[in-house]
Design a protein around this ligand. Sequence first.
Ligand code: MTE
Length: 356
Amino acid sequence: MNTDTLSGQMIVREAEPLNIEMSFRTLDSLITPSERFFVRCHFPIPEIDVKTWRLKIEGSVEKPLALSYTELRQMESRTLTATLECAGNSRASLTPQPKGTSWELGAVGNAEWTGVPLAAVLERAEMKASAVHVIFTGSDQGEIAEPPRPAGEIQYSRSVPCDKALKDVLLAYQMNGEELTPAHGFPVRVIVPGWYGMASVKWLERIIVSDTPFTGYFQTIDYAFWDRRDGLPERVPITEMRIKAEIARPHIGEVVPAATAYRMHGAAWSGDAHIMTVDISDDAGATWHAARLLGSFMPNAWQLWEHTWQTPAQPGRRTLMARATDSCGHAQPSQHDDDCGSYLVNHCLPIEVEVR
Ligand code: MTE
């Protein structure tokens, strides 16, 4: 495992294409600073000249558009806070270790995004009533290494159904009050609140309104899982984030003093739902104790939590876990669902520490 760090706060999983995660033990704020927000790239970061960049809106629309950056910036903007988690976050905790980037806890972050609601752009383009999906294409491109794969180079693309597109999807040009950085999708990226990060297409250059659901590579081969209907597994695209709580401190392998009050803390999130409870176990899930939720609920943003852990008097190894529930009645499972492959890792993750 590559554990090179950038000033101790970021862990480099791959330098080219760039894939870095936050060292989750450094979590110290509701908003993740942009330079500590994980970066997930499938292909090299494209160089984009904002003067010639155009956002094309085409397909099932009455008025195809090609908006310049200035035109987009002149439209009414909205700011929202949203947590993005990579669908493969925490893959490192699976055994045996599957293929794919070995993310630990830090391929997740919570930022403030400013941009133009997609609904306003679709309204200007006059989306047709026959439309069912809105496809986003990024400027980045490359070849897929592992079969099954399409031949040659492909561009990164993903889609959302029209109801989601019109509800709250943002075409963001700012992150935490500043222009997007190249790694996070400059000049414009999609933000799909409540969904795993793969839907939030960076370096957006084309929006295709489609009369049929999209079945592209990153929609059905990658970033998909087996869902069972009537017992029959069906391949479906990954969409909403599943409920999850992560422990920032103590971290795996941390040595904690015996017989003290230790401040455990972390974050929890769940698609569109509110986090209702976070419980903590210090005996691998045998008993649970309520943690405190910090701050107030913000839609689509993670909820920070803390818990004062009275550490045992006896030295030895302890397995800590956090478990969240939400307003839609979801609770974290105790085991990973194998139908999800190496994605959607949201079971209660064990954090082994040493009490000394
Ligand atoms: N968009 C493009 N064009 N290319 C990509 O490789 N990666 C996706 C998504 N958007 C990707 C993309 C994935 S898998 C995730 S998790 C998020 O971007 C990560 O966003 P971030 O790098 O800003 O954290």
